[in-house]
Design a protein around this ligand. Structure first.
Ligand code: B3K
Ligand code: ZN
Length: 884
């Protein structure tokens, strides 16, 4: 069957082409305009007099001319919302300075100077959570990308590296713990119950890696001895009471440190590594040198309150931030257009680590599912951009799945083409060449060419071209020869209409239908617009398994029979390809159903093929339950919509639910038996128990669609018997989608049980907002008024509204109310936390790909936002790109 319905251009509904009036535009920053900073700042000294309401900052910079720049007659120090209290040059008070767009501009001869500027900031008023802010009585910082300029005037750009000494003083009872980057070099007591600490970081770093934490915290302490015998003290700082939930994070940290030595030869380079968990945080975590700051979500876990997914998330994020110590900190980025240099590479490193910790097959499937559900839609919509963008207005908007996840896929392809050993030679050379520097993506590619021995001349296009390539695949058979024809097309994206072909590494195997075996996997690189390859010695037409392991981040388009897909779903020895065959089988069926409508005969045949394949998966004793759980998963509604130029979310939802219900009825006994078997194995934290929990909830998902009353009873029993959050949350998720007393009872029970645990109450909000319940919109409106809801906490905002925006039947409700709710949220949140507000624009920005009735409503909500005065740069940029 053919699922080739992805659009070549991102525009769908041409009758809605008028642009709305726009407020004054923030400037566009372009990659091609890069120039080095005229000054070097070898030494930075910061002094903080800490207070929640008011903090005084004294920043002293030793500056000297940058020999790479001809001359300069001013020093421009970036500031955002700062006023200088005083300015001193070379020890003398200065008055010859001016403010320009928030920056402090000082006329200055191009020679060595010492510049001291005092500022006063108000952490308690900082709701943006960028710069220095207060969270639950503690003070902490977030500086990436441009937060340092909210603390002190500074050349706040990643290519200005400096060594920092930080002295902080404050009330001892309020801030018993005082932390910054590097090593604590001195401490002392002050007057009136104050104390102070001085920290020195010997490693030169950009301002975005600066961090400070002051608060009433306790630590889990451990140690690690590096491969060269350096003893490193490890601390994870949390609020008192949370300490018992830090063990998994600490284990993950130690595993990450060992793995990076063994796999990439990277050793830790300080005597101390601190992590601090913070409840109010805009994202997952931050890799500040020697002082990582984490969202509590990625630190705290025990089986009672965290799911298996949460455990994996913690392991992955701890590893990611730790790995940045080399890919990001020791080698940083020249400018923010190079963000994928550190993020794509570090995501690949954390993916490889998690594959080694958890098992390669399932981890790879999870990573591809994430890529397809978030990055593919981004790459085919109005916000599409290359992994090395050419321009932006607000860099915070470019911490995207494209930069992170597609960036990782691009480096993974280099690894696939080079092989792991040569790839390691490439990364060794990259670290050796650029240690202590601010580098570019080009530097990375060059090191790969020189170190790994690859020719990447054409491959560089992956850095400059946006859009998910489509690869047309056809296999012909004649006599003894199977002939494979490959062709590629890269869809147009905003600002990029014509594309050049890119090298695409495809792992493939040809299966003998009779034996169920193949003759060995091959790597074929599609290095032009098309390619034809003949395979001899096939008396019968083989079955093609292609893009095994998801060797390239492309969309494969081919005519393939349901029989071949059923064959691959049962026989392929590549776990990803097996999963992919199931997905392809189901997507093909649902796209045909939603697109043109299936005849009764074709619907029956399609369902029978899917039902048979799923039945075989349920019965396959050679499969472990983790993998069985993956194979049982239906493709997401987003992924199905992605196959269609313009789609009706209501129809996709109905068709997907109908198939689920049909499978639930057809396989009721087998699903119930699986649930019963798995229930006996699902206690504890072993891989077997985790697999058992996964298939239990998967079984309930189908049963809830096919036999809701039976499923409600089973889910309630699972909830009551649960010894882990995975089982309890899985059961409640299923109940949330059903009507009845069990739903109400368990929701009340869950809330009362965990009312003092913010991370679990986040789950309580999410489960209701993401539910299949027909009244999910009403539930979300009520939850927004719940006393535990607050716009000031990003985790809580995401738990309610991101879950809702990702709930297709509710968000796309035909009334348009879902769109209104998200637009209202953006407008209310924008003045408080622009970065988080702007993250809610992309769901509305998909309007061109939605049927005209809903598209008009989505677009008009975007126009309503655009017409509002005083939007942040973040939201302005996302809304204008989405309308443009
Ligand atoms: N580097 C940080 C992300 C900072 C985001 C700023 N808006 C976390 C990470 O990717 O590791
Ligand atoms: Zn990162």
């Amino acid at each position: 069957m053919d699922i080739a319905r992805t659009p070549s251009t991102p525009d769908g509904n041409p009758e809605m082409a008028d642009a709305p009036p726009m407020p004054k535009e923030p400037p566009v920053i372009r990659r091609e305009d890069y120039t080095p900073f005229p000054w070097l700042v070898p030494v930075t000294r910061l002094e903080f007099e800490l207070g929640i309401e008011s903090t005084r900052v004294t920043c002293t910079l030793a500056i000297e001319p940058n020999p790479a720049v001809d001359g300069a007659d001013v020093l421009r120090l970036n500031g955002d919302g700062l006023e200088p209290v005083s300015v001193e040059i070379d020890g003398e008070g200065a008055s010859d300075w001016r403010m320009e767009d928030g920056d402090l501009v000082i006329p200055l001869a191009h020679e060595r100077h010492e510049v001291t500027v005092v500022t006063r900031i108000a952490p308690a008023e900082n709701s943006q959570l960028m710069g220095l802010y207060a969270s639950n009585g503690m003070l902490c910082t977030q500086c990436e990308a441009e937060g340092f300029r909210r603390i002190a005037f500074f050349p706040d750009r990643p290519d200005v590296l400096s060594t920092y000494t930080v002295r902080m003083a404050g009330p001892k009872d309020q801030f018993p713990v005082l932390l910054s980057n590097g090593n604590r070099v001195a401490t002392g007591e002050g007057e009136d119950g104050t104390h102070w600490a001085e920290w020195h970081d010997p490693w030169s770093k950009p301002s975005y890696l600066f961090a400070l934490v002051a608060g009433d915290l306790v630590a889990r302490t451990d140690s690690f001895t590096t491969m060269n015998g350096r003893a490193v003290e490890l601390n994870i700082y949390v609020r008192e009471g949370d300490l018992p939930r830090t063990q998994h994070a600490m284990e993950s940290l130690k595993k990450s440190m060992r793995w990076d030595e063994e796999t990439f030869g990277r050793e830790y380079d300080l005597d101390l590594f601190n992590i601090v968990a913070v409840g109010d945080f805009n994202m997952g975590a931050m890799e500040n040198k020697g002082l990582n700051v984490f969202n509590t979500k990625y630190v705290l876990a025990d089986p009672e309150t965290a799911t298996d997914g949460d455990y994996d998330g913690i392991e992955g994020v701890i590893a990611h931030e730790y790995f940045h110590n080399w890919s990001g900190n020791r080698v940083t980025c020249r400018d923010w257009f190079q963000l994928s240099l550190k993020e794509g590479f570090t995501v690949l490193r954390d993916q490889l680590f998690s594959q080694d910790m958890q098992g390669e097959a399932v981890k790879r499937i999870e990573d591809v599912r994430l890529l397809r559900s978030i990055q593919f839609p981004e790459d085919s919509g109005p916000l599409a951009h290359p992994i090395r963008p050419d321009s932006f207005r607000e860099i915070s908007n470019f911490y995207t799945s494209t930069i992170y996840n597609k960036g990782a896929e691009v480096i993974r392809m280099m690894r696939t083409m080079a092989g792991p050993q040569a790839f390691r030679q490439g990364t060794d050379l990259y670290f050796e060449r650029h240690d202590g520097e601010a580098a570019t993506c080009e530097d990375f590619v060059k090191a790969m060419e020189d170190g790994a021995g690859l020719d990447l001349a054409q491959f560089r296009r992956w850095y400059s071209q946006a859009g998910t390539p489509k690869v047309e695949v056809a296999l012909a058979h004649d006599g003894d020869t199977a002939t494979l024809t490959l062709g590629q097309e890269i869809p147009a994206t905003p600002g990029q209409l014509a594309k050049l072909p890119m090298p695409i590494p495809l792992k493939l195997a040809l299966f003998d239908r009779a034996t169920g075996k193949h003759r060995g996997e091959q790597l074929v690189v599609l290095d032009g617009a098309d390619k034809t390859i003949a395979f001899d010695g096939f008396a019968d037409a083989p079955v093609l398994s292609i893009n095994r392991g998801f060797s390239a981040p492309v969309s494969i388009e081919r005519a393939v029979s349901a029989d071949d897909l059923v064959f691959l779903a049962a026989h392929d020895d590549d776990a990803f390809a097996r999963y992919e065959a199931m997905q392809e089988l189901i997507v093909g069926h649902l796209v045909a159903e939603v697109g043109g409508g299936l005849s009764d005969t074709d619907r029956d045949a399609g369902r029978a093929a899917i039902g048979g394949a799923l039945e075989a998966i349920l019965a396959d004793e050679g499969l472990d339950d983790q993998m069985r759980g993956e194979l049982m998963m239906l493709p997401s509604q987003t992924y199905i919509a992605e196959q269609l130029l313009v789609s009706d979310p209501g129809r996709i939802h109905a068709a997907r639910e109908a198939l689920k219900a049909w499978l639930g009825v057809r396989l009721e006994d087998a699903l119930a038996a699986l649930h019963e078997r798995a229930s006996k194995l699902s206690d504890g934290m072993t891989a077997e128990a985790r697999g058992a929990r996964k298939v239990k909830t998967q079984a309930l998902v189908y049963l809830a669609a096919g036999s809701p009353e039976r499923a409600a009873k089973m889910a309630a029993a699972q909830y009551d018997a649960a010894t882990t959050m995975t089982d309890r949350q899985g059961a409640l998720m299923v109940l949330c989608g059903l009507d009845g007393i069990e739903r109400t009872n368990k929701l009340i029970d869950f809330y009362n049980r965990y009312r003092n645990n913010a991370l679990v109450i986040d789950k309580w909000f999410s489960l209701q907002a993401a539910s299949l319940h027909p009244a999910a919109i009403e539930h979300v409106k009520a939850l927004a008024k719940h006393p535990d809801f607050s716009l000031r906490n990003p985790n809580r905002v995401r738990s309610l509204y991101m879950a809702f925006a990702g709930n297709p039947h509710a968000f796309h409700d035909a009334s348009g109310e879902g769109y209104r709710i998200i637009a209202d949220l953006i407008l209310a949140l924008d003045p408080l936390n622009a970065q988080t507000a702007a993250r809610f624009v992309p769901p509305l920005g998909r309007w061109r790909r939605v049927e005209p009735g809903r598209a008009a409503m989505m677009r008009s909500e975007l126009e309503r936002i655009a017409a509002t005065g005083g939007l942040s740069r973040d939201t302005f940029e996302q809304v204008s790109r989405s309308l443009g």
